[in-house]
Design a protein around this ligand. Structure first.
Ligand SMILES: *Cc1c(COP(=O)(O)O)cnc(C)c1O
Length: 355
């Protein structure tokens, strides 16, 4: 039986988007493709408020997390560990032979500008990598403030942002906030199927990349740019998903960008108050994510069993990630879910647990 997804990726995909994928195939060197690519990039630039480069990477986001490191860092980079995804990015940097320094924060806590300042003041960093929305803990890190700090005090340091589970669910002003690379997969708040990653690259980051050794081919900004100027990609792109993204951007503008972000906050507010009433919020109240809530399992319910019961009713949520398995569970409220959906979900949970 089909289950409505309340997990932080992949997320629920509406029929109109599924239908936008089921259209005749076009050649990726055909003008039809270039027209499509150009339209998508124009809409993304408007949405993300950037005049920088935008590349469409046919990969999961992890691919471009690796790509951004390969393009922007020769030697040393500042990484964070505030949960599973930031930790993964740090691991990627290390596996690619880069020297890292690591800001380690407690699970459920945010990475603050003060922490970034303290580490960057040691000197020698080419970039700092920040996970905007740490999906494993339900924390949204203050990238606007971090961007402002780096721009003012460390103008040579590039700011790379993993916005995988925040982009399209909350505002990101790429240029104004001084963000050099911002990447996100389509299967989270964009509410498309998985397989495509959108990445913004500032001119500064692009120019820097030209001097970095050993960038490889697939994620190489220079190779991507050579084709991007013709509204193409170096290798065959996920055309069906790009078509769906084009339709989704229209849907986003039609709903209204502000209205979309407000809907995310409204869903989050419902889930948070339900959580406060019945369980507890795991993460710092000052940095709660608008797209996913990490519920501290204070009743010690059996999360696997809860999900099995929800499956019978046509829904699925997520267990705690990694070390938080069983100790927490996560309700995603992103993409094309509506307030009525999360109200329905918490109602089902109340019913199953007898709350
Ligand atoms: C989901 C997620 C990723 C990984 O994305 P993939 O598309 O599975 O590679 C990375 N970072 C964050 C914050 C995520 O939520």
């Amino acid at each position: 039986m089909y289950k409505k997804l309340f997990i932080p990726g992949p997320t629920h995909v509406v029929d109109e988007i599924l239908e936008a994928m089921a259209v005749p195939m076009i050649g990726h060197r055909d003008k039809l493709y270039s027209d499509l690519h150009g339209q998508v990039v124009t809409k993304l630039k408007k949405f993300l408020q950037t005049n920088g480069h935008i590349y469409l990477s046919t990969s999961s986001s992890t691919g471009m997390m690796e790509g951004s490191i390969r393009n922007c860092v020769n030697n040393k980079v500042l990484m964070t560990d505030c949960g599973a995804f930031s930790k993964r990015w740090a691991q990627i940097a290390t596996l690619n032979g880069k020297e890292i320094d690591l800001i380690k924060v407690e699970m459920g806590q945010a990475t603050t500008p003060e922490m970034v300042d303290e580490y960057l003041s040691k000197g020698g960093f080419e970039a700092v990598c920040i996970t905007h929305n740490e999906t494993s803990t339900g924390v949204m890190n203050p990238i606007e403030e971090i961007g402002a700090l780096v721009k003012e005090k460390y103008p040579d340091v590039l700011v790379l942002v993993d916005a995988v589970s925040s982009m399209a669910g909350t505002e990101i002003k790429v240029d104004e906030w001084g963000l050099d690379v911002v990447l996100a997969g389509t299967q989270k708040a964009f509410a498309l199927p998985p397989g495509l990653c959108v990445v913004t690259v500032s001119e500064k980051a692009f120019q820097r990349s030209l001097d970095v050794e050993n960038r490889g081919f697939y994620f190489n900004f220079e190779e991507l740019e050579k084709k991007a100027i013709k509204n193409q990609t170096p290798a065959t792109p996920a055309i069906s998903i790009i078509n769906a993204l084009n339709v989704q951007m229209d849907r986003i503008f039609k709903e209204g960008v502000e209205a979309r972000f407000q809907r995310h906050l409204d869903m989050a507010e419902h889930v948070r108050s339900w959580t406060r009433k019945n369980f507890a919020l795991y993460s710092d109240e000052n940095y709660l994510s608008p797209t996913v809530t990490n519920v501290h399992n204070t009743r010690e319910i059996d999360v696997v069993n809860l999900n099995a019961e929800l499956a019978k009713r046509g829904a699925m949520l997520s267990n705690g990630y990694g070390d938080l398995k069983g100790k927490c569970f996560r309700i995603a409220h992103m993409g094309d879910l509506q307030v009525a959906d999360v109200q329905w979900l918490t109602g089902q949970i109340d019913n199953i647990l007898g709350l």
